[in-house]
Every structure is written in structure tokens, then in C-alpha cells.
Unconditional design. Sequence first.
Length: 375
Amino acid sequence: MSVQIRTVTSQSDTNDFIDAQWLFYKNDPNFVPPLKMDRRKLLNKKVNPFYKHAEMELFLAERNGAVVGRIGAIVNWNHNKTHNDSVGFFGFFECEDNQETANALFESAAQFLRRYDMTAMRGPLNPSMNDESGLLVEGFDSPPVVLMTYNPPYYADLIEKAGLAKVKDLLAYHLHNEHYLSDKLQRLTNIVRERNHVTVRSVNFKNKQQFFNDVNTLKTIYNAAWEPNWGFVKMTDEEFDFLANDLKQIADPDFTLILEIKGKPVGFALGLPDINQCLIHNKKGGILGGIWHLLTKKKQITYTRIIVLGVLPEYQKTGVDAVLYWDLGDKARKKGRPYGEASWILEDNVMMNRALTTTMLGKVYKKYRLYEKGI
């Protein structure tokens, strides 16, 4: 029987859309089940401020009444204003190993995007570049770290045979504290600190007003430091606050750092404990099970993900970023987390890739791909 495409129109449909993800990872030891509560929050157009400047339609593929695939189609108006283009997006892609099913899903997404006059489709983004991004194409031998994607290897074939081609790769670097925390690097960072009057402090999580002030500081630096990057779209105040409140639940103040020069904030770094090392045991994705595994297995976390590290453009060639690299690694070492992942990095971000290979002695161990085709 041929595949049928059903549009998600109700909460029950949304639950089916979320639950569908589990169908494609049976017996996969590297699959980390997401928390279903977080997925509902991410997709909720009344709660997530992303949808104040975006449109989204979700689709389920079914055969004989059974779900065999899913996809989301997204129009991000702020992206189009920023880049002066008409690119739509797809995300949340899951599919059986069947080209007919994949083609039907992509065509349904394309039809939705055409209604808004989009001329190209890019992805996967879940649902934007500020969320989980890219399709894993290299590095299937280990689980994803926190807030990174994972998928079966055959997805790349389905996407490419549906007519999409690579537009950009996103890189993930494996780091080992003991490899790059050398006496030489420490001496160099000390020179940079003294020469530039650098101080580094943690974000204040305990004082509500100070946390609010620090979040505003991070927001200003983030939007300025990343603006030149390909595909970047500034986060609105509501989006940034929404994300900050979410990350506050898992972030460690010791790894949420603001770098100041003569008292002026010019850079920041955020390293998250890899809670996926706990959540991989939470097979059903329930919140109570997730909390239980986080509480009982937190001490087993050996990875830190450097999710954000940026410096204002006018200070990017002063070497102050090395101070943040050192401080994150030193704190991770003291907490018994020898390993890290810096992700994701645009493949053509020359400065960041050079720093990660030469300063932090990192190695690319996973690649994620964004695809695109005209519609």
C-alpha cells in the first residue's frame, strides 16, 4: 500500500509526532531518547517565542495505519529579513528506509513552503539554527552529546536521492583536557590576562536581578559576535530569555563565564555537562525517569559540551578567547570531566577551526550536514 501523508492538527497528532521518533532507533545503543516534555514545549506555538516570527506545519507519513515517517516545514521570517532571501526549512525528519516515503514527506514540506513563496528548502533544523541543527553524516560510533542530533546513517541517502545537496557542514571537535592544558598555554594565557587587563567571572545564578543583567550581557555579545556567521539570525529578547531559562536548569555556573577587559564584558563561554550520558538510560523519555537518571548518574558525566564561545568582533584578534578555552578546560579537569566536545562549528569558520586544532588540540570526530534544494 502506498504511503499516506497526514497533517498534524491536534494535540493527539502532536503526541503521535513526538512518539514516532522512537520507531526508528530500536536496538540502537547510541540513541538518546529526548524528554517528551521538552519536545512538547519546543513544538508549542503558544509557548515557544520562535513561532512569533515563524510558521510551521508538521506531517506524519503512514502506511496501513502505522507511522513510517515524519517531517516539519518551517518558514522563519526573521531569517528571510536578515539574509534577504526566500529559503524555507525542514526539520524533525525521521523516516523508514524507503525512498517513496521520504519523497512524499519532502514534497509535503515543499508544498507548504511554496504557499509562503519560498523558493528553496534547507535543513534539517529543529526548528532553527539556534536549536538542534544538521544531519549526522560522520561519527556514528558514539552517542550525541547534549543538544546535538543523531540519526541512522541511511538518512543521508534518502535526503540526497530526494534531490537535496550539501550546502554546509557543521563540525564537532573531540577535546581532552590533558592534551591542551599545558604549562606553555597557561603562561600564554597569563600574559594575555595581564596585557589586556582580563578578568573572568561566572554568571550569577542565585541573584535574580543579577542573573537577568548577566543574561542581557550574554545576549548583546552573542548577537554581535555571531552576526557575521553564515545562516545566523539574531535571537529576539523573548527567544534568548526562553533559552536561558531552559539552560539554567542544567547549566553549571562554573562553566557559564563572562570575560571582561577593564570591567567591560567582551566575551563569554557556555559549557554544559553532557546530561545525555544520563538520559541515554531514560528509554521512554518520561520526565520522572529523566530526573531519576540525572540524580543517580550525574557523577558519571565525563563530558562537557562547549556550546557557545564568542568574543566581540573588535576583540577577536587579541587572543582573549584562549583565556576562555583555558578556564573551561581547567574547571572541567578539577570537576573530573576529562573530555569535551566543541560544537558545532561551521566548516569555513577559519578562526574558530584554527583555534580548536592549534590551541585546544581538538580533532573533528563528528560531522553534521545541512542540505538544500530549489522548490
